[in-house]
Design a protein around this ligand. Sequence first.
Ligand code: ES4
Ligand code: ZN
Length: 326
Amino acid sequence: KRPYDALMPLPKAELHLHIEGTLEPELAFRLAERNGVRLPYADTEELRAAYRFEDLQSFLDLYYELMAVLRTERDFADLADAYLARAAAQGVRHAEIFFDPQAHLARGVAMDTVVEGLWRALGSSERNHGVSTRLIMCFLRDESAESALRTLEAARSHLDRITGVGLDSAEVGHPPVKFRAVYEAAAALGLRRVAHAGEEGPPEYIAEALDVLGAERIDHGLRCLEDPALVERLVRERIPLTLCPLSNVRLRAVDALTEHPLPALLDAGLMCTVNSDDPAYFGGYVGDTFDAVREALGLTEDRLRELARNSFLASFLEDDEERRGR
Ligand code: ES4
Ligand code: ZN
């Protein structure tokens, strides 16, 4: 039997990863001390004990609270470098990394600090970790469309560092159509487009992300299974889904990992990828996630290889780079 993926990893691309969701409790406390920020937890143990989530919102409350420790370029560089080292150790050769500038701008941290800080780690990642990278700027869907437009404007001088835009945060009640104008503007600037849809929101949000936002990939997309015609369309148009099984369990989108619909999604012919989402919060990086789904769902070696291959096919790497990655 082949050793576990986290130990003897398949080469993989990670396509659904929030960099702020890689903030491990140990680093959070180290940055809090460095920046003189007080966290409302006595120690890492007490903080870890708070990682019991009822749904997406209860997770987001903690996720936004802990960001208070991220203040300087060096903080963002340290955060990204720690992620890239862990990802590399689990077979990640390419990472398309989300970040949430609005959550930082709202705390008085400048776009320049965030992007240049992240870039310090990303720009040397191929050399230091053997991991190529892309940066995807996400808009918070529970903020206004005007705020998203202002954020895109603030990123204008950093577009040499940013490959695409995404849409995240609280989904229900914030349909993709709210962001039509900002996605049109992003497309006109030559940015690639992805969007979270069908995590907690209905299948209609998935279709809308494709039709209205021009999304090239759907982040999560789990609830497509409720609409057979939509599944058929996603298969026909080869729209990748960036699934995050450990996230779905922790945020109670599925009851248990053994109940995760990944096998059904693969059997339907969908272009599935497996990702870690917010690994510091959801209990595993991408190699750990491969191991967990292999164990819980009894995926065959061929299925695991298909998932790893899909991650490169669904990436924003150019064709020649993609072949080198695999
Ligand atoms: C997120 Cl799991 C998830 N869903 C939506 N938005 C997010 N931001 C960070 N993690
Ligand atoms: Zn996500």
